[in-house]
Design a protein around this ligand. Structure first.
Ligand code: AQP
Length: 344
């Protein structure tokens, strides 16, 4: 097995990113190692250029994100961790894959529709092509599984189509590009905004009050959860029903994930609760316990930028060795560049 996933260096990472993605990365690293496979994680700085950004800040955010991943438990001795822009093979492969990507499919991507509607000055072509670069990221490594949150399901489907179309068009249906599986957690795949629990917790929409950051101090986490929107049902009922009770359901999911138990178990543990206050308090305690070790490790790791650069550079060298081979195969099959076999 080979696991691959990418994460943006945009903004500060929130609890949705942690539960939907980062926590799964650490688990995948362990699982891949136990199975004799490998795991590869990429900080996707090139994806971050598809919306307005500040170049100097982008570098800083890459360090922030690398430090969070290391603090959460990624270990460069056991996985490959690198910065996307350091492995240029991604961008060439992306261009080649546009040949087997349908314009109509890109037009249907909900993330493109949402993000393009948010842009005031320029909807960049990069935003439109974002899913093709994401396909290149994963397909370059012939990854078998991709841990992501629910919001990435559509991009994963597109990537699978791209791989299948490439194999059919250029490889006589041999699986030259591996068709990857999405790995989406059963609980916590879509953590909702605490203030607007019908919308996902998001970096670019919603407010700070609706988002818990991985690096928030315990007091801040407690305050945000205490103010989380629930509902006005009287008497209050603590049940999991996303449609009718989105706020309560979101808290139950957070509590289940943070405690590492099932939703039924957390509901049972709250049978004697006097109202939503007890649910919020229990969730805050569990989330603080989940995030505190990460925050405590983060400071020292983030402070040493040279060490972070060393980790990313070593990761990029290992990643390039794999991606370059795939790119060479794709170029050869597509008739791009010299005929290497004929000249050998
Ligand atoms: N609310 C969420 N619940 C569960 N998983 C989530 N992810 C994002 N939001 C949630 C997962 O986090 C991973 C990293 O996503 P990204 O690199 O695309 O991060 P981002 O763009 O900085 O974060 P957002 O919040 O997803 O940004 P917006 O909403 O602005 O586009 C992915 O695996 C994602 O599924």
């Amino acid at each position: 097995m080979r696991v691959f996933s990418g994460i943006q260096p945009t903004g500060r990472k929130h609890l949705g990113n942690y539960i939907g993605a980062i926590r799964q990365y650490v688990e995948s690293q362990e699982r891949a190692q136990a199975a004799g496979g490998d795991s590869i994680f990429c900080i996707v700085d090139l994806h971050a250029t598809t919306v307005p950004y500040d170049p100097a800040e982008l570098r800083e955010r890459v360090y922030d994100t690398a430090a969070i991943l290391l603090a959460a438990g990624l270990d460069p001795e056991r996985c490959i961790l690198f910065r996307q822009g350091d492995v240029v093979e991604h961008t060439e492969l992306m261009w080649l894959l546009t040949a087997v990507t349908a314009h109509g499919d890109l037009n249907r991507m909900t993330q493109f529709k949402d993000k393009s509607a948010q842009q005031r000055e320029l909807v960049s072509a990069g935003l439109f092509l974002y899913p093709v670069l994401m396909a290149a990221d994963v397909l370059a490594y012939k990854a078998t599984e991709v841990p992501v949150g629910e919001d990435q399901r559509q991009h994963l489907e597109l990537m699978r189509d791209v791989a299948q179309r490439f194999n059919a068009r250029f490889a006589g249906d041999r699986e030259v590009l591996v068709v990857p599986e999405a790995r989406i957690p059963e609980v916590g795949a879509r953590i909702m905004d605490l203030q607007e629990p019908t919308r996902k917790m998001s970096t670019t929409s919603g407010t700070d009050e609706g988002r818990v950051y991985v690096l928030d101090e315990a007091k801040v986490v407690e305050k945000k959860l205490k103010r989380a929107v629930t509902d006005s049902e009287d008497p209050p009922r603590i049940v999991h029903d996303r449609g009718a009770k989105p706020g309560v359901s979101n808290l139950l999911e957070l509590l289940a994930v943070a405690r590492g138990t099932s939703i039924d178990e957390v509901v049972a543990s709250l049978a004697d609760a006097r109202g939503y206050g007890d649910l919020k308090k229990a969730t805050a305690d569990a989330v603080v316990e989940l995030l505190t070790p990460v925050r405590e490790r983060y400071g020292a790791i983030r402070a040493d930028e040279d060490a972070l650069e060393d980790v990313l550079a070593a990761g990029a060298a290992k990643a390039r060795a794999i991606a370059a081979q795939t790119l060479a195969e794709v170029r050869a099959l597509m008739g791009v560049g010299p005929n290497v076999r004929a000249r050998a």
